[in-house]
Each structure stands twice: as C-alpha cells, then as structure tokens.
Design a protein around this ligand. Structure first.
Ligand code: GCO
Ligand code: MG
Length: 401
C-alpha cells in the first residue's frame, strides 16, 4: 500500500481548524488534527510545503519510521509548528492502520484498561453565585470532575471567563488585551473554592487553571491556600520553561500540580516527570507529536507516579479528541481528560463515533479513530483570521497570558 495524496484542509465552523487527510492507493484514508490556535496557517504551510511532498509514495504502515523521518529529517527539532505537523501525519497513519486491521485504535495500543474515559467539564462565570449554578448543571449532566474559573473582583476580564455559555479565547484578527493583578487573584480564588466545597461537599473533583500567571513562590501560596478544598489539580501555576521552578512549589504545598498543554515533546517535561515535580502531564495528541510520541511521554510518566490529563479545549478538533480517547482508554496511568464541547457546526463538519455518557467519553468501536472530516461542508466555512489575547499588569507591563 502507498500514500497517493495528502490534503491540508483549513476550515472555520465556529473556529479555525487545520486537518490533514491522507489518501492511499487502496482507497483507505486517515485524518489527523494539525490545529495550532492563533498560528493555524504556519502549520498548514509547513505541511503543504515540506511534509506532503515527502509522504507521497510512502508505505502508510510504517508509522514509527515516518515519525523518525519527519523529526530527525527536519534537522530543526521540536517546537509547536513542527510537532503539530508531525502529529497530524502520525494520527492519520494510526487511523489508517486501524481501518486496515478492522480494529479501533485503542485495540492496537493494547486494548482497554478501563470502561470509559473520565472527563472534566468547564464551569465558568463572572460571580461566585453564578459559577455555583454552572457547576450544578455539570453535575446534573453526570460529570464527576469540574474545572472552576470565575471573574476576579477589581479586574474587568480574566482567563477562562466569558460570561457566556461558550468560552473562546481567540478573537477577531488582532489580539485583545486583558489587565491582570496577582494580588486580586490570590485574594479571591480561595473564597471561590470555599463556596464550592460548602455547596457541593467533599467528593466532587475540582480543578483550577492558573494559566501560567504566577511565580513559583506565589503559586506555592495559592496551592497552600487551596489545600483545605483538596483540588484534583492546580493547572499551569507558572510558565514552565524553567522546569526547575516547580521544585519550589512542591516544597510548599500538597495541592497536586498539572502542566503541559503548551509542551511539544518529552524533553519539555523530562525533568518535571523524573523529578516527581508534577502529578499530571497534560500534553496532547496534536501538540506533542501524535499518538506515537504522546504514548512515549505517558510511558515515562507512568514510571514516576505521574498520570495523564490531556488538554482538550475547543481549539483541539474532534479528530484530536477521538485520538486522545483511544490513548486514554489504553494507558495504565490515565488520570483525566479535558472535554470542552464543540459547537454543533464543528460536530457536523467532523462526524465522530465518540460519545458522552454519565461523566465518561467513549471512543466507540469503529475501525481506526472513528472520526472523519466532511470536506464539502468544511469548504463552506472559510478560514477567519483570529488571535489569542495578550495580558498586561495594571501598570502596562506585558505578563503571561
Ligand atoms: C485549557 C487551556 C485553554 C487554552 C487554549 C489556548 O486548559 O483548556 O488553558 O483554555 O488557553 O487551548 O489555545
Ligand atoms: Mg489550561
């Protein structure tokens, strides 16, 4: 079997997505997500100009060889653009392998290790009162784990809170600007979780995303102040380029730490994992080199008591979500999977067999990944330039977003 064609499809059914579709001479096709929020066209160009030409004529069965060819062959290693492009190829090849074998991909990864994939929902609202009712709706839908974000009194806007049903960080064309105050934030967040625990009791799993905004000692203080409310995790407490920085947080708090949505390779988290400085690694199929490389990261993590917690925001397409669920179902050290529902338009463009039931997602039993792209429908939603926001301190200094 040979690869005869690879199409890069850019579409915007509510938000932008980049998808690679690989076609073989026997008619079997596979799909991979290549979406990099706010930088979509960079990956599309990388694929079109540098990857698609070397795929034509290759044997689609050689997944590992193709991965190494694209990684080592590029010479310029790692980085979100390169790794998202490699991920798309890798994911599509796993899809093809599953279809040829007549098996869902999780069976090729060793079979199921659990009945379903526990997912966490998002509850976000400006006030504490309204976030409690958002959490209540999540619980009614069957979710056992909820990420909680609220507005911060004294700040006009903040990460993760839109005040509307859908949270979408990317906005039209040029970046929006938010204003940030660590003092206001650190004062408010413990009040939020005190109210949530008082309302929902001790067993609902609660998560919070700091979105890289603190220093290690500030994160240590936050972790400590949240200890009475026993969170499942405190996410991205600090920017993680300095992996060593997590040692300081760790010395001061027992609040579990999750990190990794912006990581692209095992080298970005090697120190965090082997030093047991984190509890959950949140790398994703699309941004960390596909199923092949993500599995490598999770296997390393398993040796060090670190569990998975893959990123699953709406900018990761249903193709990525489907692939993530196959990995989640198979690995021994699964922790949690993020699940932010896509818009109905997105779900229509990407027909899929995964489904939600009682707090779990199930990938379904279709051969391959169980997801596809309706190219004709996708063509009706042309790309729209969109940018992620930037963040500034109250005095105007640029701060982590
Ligand atoms: C999350 C993330 C997202 C990111 C977004 C960027 O935990 O879901 O932090 O909200 O900000 O995916 O593209
Ligand atoms: Mg996050």
């Amino acid at each position: 079997m040979r690869i005869t064609e690879a199409r890069v499809i850019v579409t915007c059914p509510g938000r932008n997505f980049v998808t690679l579709k690989i076609v073989t001479d026997e008619g079997v096709t596979g799909v991979g997500d290549a979406t990099l929020n706010g930088r979509e066209l960079a990956v599309a160009a990388y694929l079109t100009e540098h990857v698609v030409p070397v795929l034509i004529g290759r044997d689609p069965a050689r997944i590992e060889d193709t991965w190494q060819y694209l990684y080592q062959g590029a010479y310029w290693r790692r980085g979100p653009v390169t790794m998202s492009a490699i991920a798309a190829v890798d994911t599509a090849l796993w899809d093809i392998k599953g279809k040829i074998a007549g098996l869902p991909v999780y069976q090729l990864l060793g079979g199921r290790s659990r009945a379903g994939v526990t997912v966490y929902a998002h509850a976000q609202a400006v006030s504490i009162e309204s976030v409690l009712s958002e959490i209540s709706s999540c619980v009614d839908l069957g979710y056992q784990a909820v990420r909680v974000q609220t507005g911060i009194p004294g700040l006009e806007s903040t990460y993760g809170v839109s005040g509307q049903a859908f949270y979408e960080p990317a906005s039209a064309a040029l970046p929006a600007e938010n204003v940030w105050s660590t003092a206001h934030y650190l004062d408010h967040v413990p009040r939020v979780f005190a109210a949530v625990r008082a309302e929902f009791g001790p067993t609902l799993r609660l998560l919070h995303d700091v979105h890289h905004r603190l220093t290690p000692i500030e994160a240590a203080r936050l972790g400590r102040s949240l200890e009475p409310y026993h969170l499942t995790w405190m996410e991205d407490p600090v920017p993680a380029e300095l992996q060593e920085g997590f040692r300081l947080i760790r010395q001061h708090t027992t609040t579990p730490i999750a990190v990794g949505e912006v990581f692209n390779s095992i080298w970005d988290c090697q120190e965090l994992i082997t030093g047991q400085l984190i509890d959950y690694i949140r790398t994703s199929v699309v941004h960390a080199g596909g199923i092949t490389h993500l599995r490598r990261i999770f296997d390393l993590a398993a040796l060090y008591h670190v569990r998975s917690g893959s990123h699953g925001a709406t900018d990761l397409s249903p193709v990525c979500m489907a692939a993530a669920l196959h990995v989640d179902l198979a690995i021994p050290n699964f922790g949690l999977q993020e699940y932010m529902r896509h818009t109905p338009e997105t779900d229509e463009v990407f027909p899929h067999s995964y489904h939600f039931e009682d707090g779990y997602l199930h990938p379904g039993e279709e051969p391959g990944l169980g997801v596809d792209i309706d190219e004709e429908l996708a063509g009706r939603y042309p790309y729209r330039p969109a940018a992620l926001p930037v963040n500034r301190l109250q005095d105007g200094t640029v701060h982590s977003w």
